[in-house]
Design a protein around this ligand. Structure first.
Ligand SMILES: C[S@@+](CC[C@H](N)C(=O)[O-])C[C@H]1O[C@@H](n2cnc3c(N)ncnc32)[C@H](O)[C@@H]1O
Length: 273
């Protein structure tokens, strides 16, 4: 197995682990909405709130076909399908995540509008100009060949379509403290700098770029989450379902990484002109 998907693959039986945690908490899986699963399937900083910002930036309609590169457990794809009413294809390197994504879509009644396939974001095999919009959320930092990632987004996107990338970038504060929720160490972590992305997106033909830096909100989000857990206890199921006991240390490192400006969270919005 590829080193990146090996990192994300937990002890196995992820679908069963999530369903038994929900059952144990008395959650009715036949009446689930995407928001109910956000603590486990919106696997990026600022969770569902960030996804709603991405959806606004994508500017899609109910007729749109959207591609999610590195779709994980499918939280962003389901939120998008629910809010915009469109159809979303997710491509992800980690088979266990694609399996879980399909199950979670089933539970939330969104199987008809979301589908997930195992694949590489730099070579999806989808036809040229076959989608109206492309998003990618906290994935590029696992991919060393970023020109290949952006070239693939450009290739599958129809002219006039939007590309939205919400990424973790290398900040000016120094080397990232590991482990983090996307890597145990620097061997599978390749965060780009702001300058890299500003150069790479236009050279891939992704134009009219705008960027929103949410690093300060990201730090407050972690602090808010920690306070909420202290007050109310943890949600029934979290990223620890696949990241294991190491998740607490990863979250603590993320707080330090943000506070020391070792990482930044930035959303880029572009159009294929
Ligand atoms: C931090 S998770 C984010 C998942 C999802 N985008 C979300 O926000 O909930 C990163 C995901 O990127 C996937 N990934 C990493 N490298 C990839 C690649 N080259 N092609 C496809 N998926 C990849 C991983 O398997 C993992 O699911």
């Amino acid at each position: 197995m590829n080193q990146v998907s090996a990192f994300y693959t937990g002890p196995g039986q992820l679908v069963e682990a999530i369903s038994s945690a929900l059952d144990a908490a008395g959650v009715d899986r036949t009446a689930l909405r995407p928001a109910d699963l956000a603590a486990v399937d919106e696997f990026h900083i600022r969770g569902r709130r960030a996804t709603l910002e991405i959806i606004e930036a994508l500017a899609v309609t109910a007729d749109s076909r959207v591609l999610d590169l590195g779709s994980g457990l499918g939280g962003p794809a389901r939120t998008l399908a629910e809010v915009a009413g469109c159809t979303v294809t997710g491509v992800d390197l980690t088979p266990e995540f694609c399996q879980a994504a399909a199950a979670l879509s089933e539970w939330t009644g969104l199987s008809g509008r979301t589908r997930f396939q195992v694949g590489d974001a730099t070579a999806t095999g989808l036809p040229d100009e076959s989608v109206d919009a492309v998003m990618t959320v906290h994935v590029a930092m696992n991919i060393p060949d970023k020109p290949a990632l952006y070239a693939e987004a450009f290739r599958v996107l129809r002219p006039g379509g939007r590309f939205v990338a919400y990424d973790v970038l290398q900040g000016e504060g120094g080397e990232v403290h590991y482990p983090v929720p996307w890597a145990a160490d620097s061997s599978t972590s390749f965060p780009a700098t702001l300058e890299d992305v500003r150069r790479l997106l236009p050279s891939a033909g992704l134009d009219d770029m705008s960027e929103i830096d949410s690093s300060d909100e990201s730090l407050s989000w972690f602090q808010h989450m920690r306070a909420k857990i202290q007050r109310e206890g943890p949600p029934p199921v979290t990223f620890a379902a696949f990241l294991g006991d190491g998740f607490a240390q990863m979250a603590a490192n993320q707080v330090a990484n943000l506070a020391e400006r070792r990482i930044r969270t930035v959303m880029f919005v572009c159009t294929k002109t």
